[in-house]
Design a protein around this ligand. Structure first.
Ligand code: FEO
Length: 392
């Protein structure tokens, strides 16, 4: 696949990583892309690069358009190595171009690559003329690193926001309208696993971009498909997710040792469904943690079940809670249940673990010794019903 022209003389020249299946703990069963963009004007500009093993793939696409040595500027919106690790090679190939980045971007690049580069530091709101066009820079610290920056091309109304609005997805398609509504599922997983903890900052940053008063016609993120048909769709979805907008939905997330916690989970699910709730059962060894947190995005209630092992929670439950806690999901109500043999402990440990971060926790719990009997099964169904009434 060659380069793709997005607008007149603006090209996608990135790389497709068909094989990656894990992105620092986030499962990527469909791979990903590293998007780089080439803008031809009086000054030729490369915006972002690709992960180092894909340098030649990017270079090949650039070379189909121009001699790479004719690039004048390389904009680095973000230092993380999936976007910058081929920067040293492209800088050498071009022959010391100007590297435009934020102040923190410069610090990060110096520390990562420990070699001289011809830096030009830009600040939020600053514009750089490249001929017919300008590049306007918008610093976006913590979306999702301190150095993160967006590049906006007002004349073409194209926003290149690096990691924001992306998806991890390797395809031959380059635009969101080519795969239909499926794109939202990938965008939701990306938001939940990467950007959720930064939701308050995202709301502010979107507001800042909207206040620039220039309609955005296209959003080219650094991963996945480019939003060209309806870029406002992903902006609105980010606002909904950042504000914690939730459906009438509850997740029952659990693991089980000898089956008792699973019996309780299914009885609780029955109770929720009987109360008219959309409910889902998620076994922690059958669902990847990054898929479960994606399901959480639009759920209001989360019930977590664990058997007690060595007076504490089951290891898979600890793994999930650790991952989920770091994402700081807003506006959810958590409840806990579980089974035990000679002594309990899992429920208290799960509650303590989340209490420390001010999660809202339902005061009721369901704890059963050994195998649930008929009476305890009724209690589990009622537990589900009560939780539904508590949160809706
Ligand atoms: Fe896609 Fe923060 O790197």
């Amino acid at each position: 696949m060659g380069p793709i022209e997005l607008k007149s003389r603006i090209y996608w020249v990135g790389a497709i990583d068909w094989n990656t299946r894990d992105f620092h703990g986030y499962s990527t069963p469909l791979g990903t892309t590293y998007n780089a963009y080439l803008i031809l004007d009086e000054k030729n500009v490369l915006v972002d690069t690709v992960k180092a093993p894909f340098y030649l793939e990017m270079l090949g696409r650039i070379s189909e358009i121009i001699d790479p040595s004719k690039i004048d500027l390389v904009v680095t919106n973000h230092v993380e190595m999936d976007h910058s690790s081929s920067l040293p090679q492209i800088v050498d190939r071009i022959g010391n171009p100007i590297v435009v980045t934020s102040e923190r971007g410069q610090k990060g690049l110096v520390k990562h690559y420990q070699r001289p580069m011809n830096f030009q530091v830009v600040r939020s709101g600053e514009s750089l003329s490249i001929g017919r066009r300008h590049l306007t820079f918008i610093e976006a610290p913590m979306i999702h690193w301190p150095d993160s920056m967006f590049t906006f091309i007002p004349e073409d109304r194209v926003l290149l926001p690096n990691d924001a609005f992306g998806q991890h997805l390797a395809t031959c398609q380059r635009f969101e309208d080519e795969i239909g509504d499926e794109v939202m599922r990938h965008a939701a997983k990306y938001f939940a696993n990467i950007l959720w903890p930064l939701a308050p900052l995202i709301i502010k940053k979107i507001d800042e971009v909207v206040k620039m008063g220039v309609p955005i016609e296209m959003i080219g993120p650094s991963h996945g498909l480019i939003w060209r048909k309806n870029p406002s769709r992903i902006i609105e979805a980010y606002l909904d997710w950042s504000h914690g907008k939730a459906e009438k939905k509850v997740l029952v997330i659990y693991d089980t040792m000898w089956g008792s916690t699973e019996i309780l989970a299914k009885a609780i699910l029955k109770g929720l469904i009987e109360e008219g709730i959309e409910a889902k059962l998620l076994h922690l060894r059958s669902n990847h943690r990054s898929d479960i947190v994606t399901e959480m995005l639009e759920a209001k209630g989360i019930l977590i079940g664990s058997p007690t092992l060595n007076n504490g929670m089951f290891p898979t439950v600890g793994d999930f809670l650790t991952y989920m806690k770091g994402l700081r999901p807003k506006g959810k109500i958590f409840g806990f249940f579980g089974s035990y043999g000679w002594g309990g402990g899992a429920i208290k440990e799960m509650q303590r673990f989340l209490e420390s971060e001010s999660f809202e926790i339902w005061e009721k719990e369901l704890s059963v010794q050994f195998v649930p009997n008929t009476e305890e099964m009724k209690r589990a169904i009622e537990f589900g019903k009560e939780f539904a009434r508590r949160i809706f």
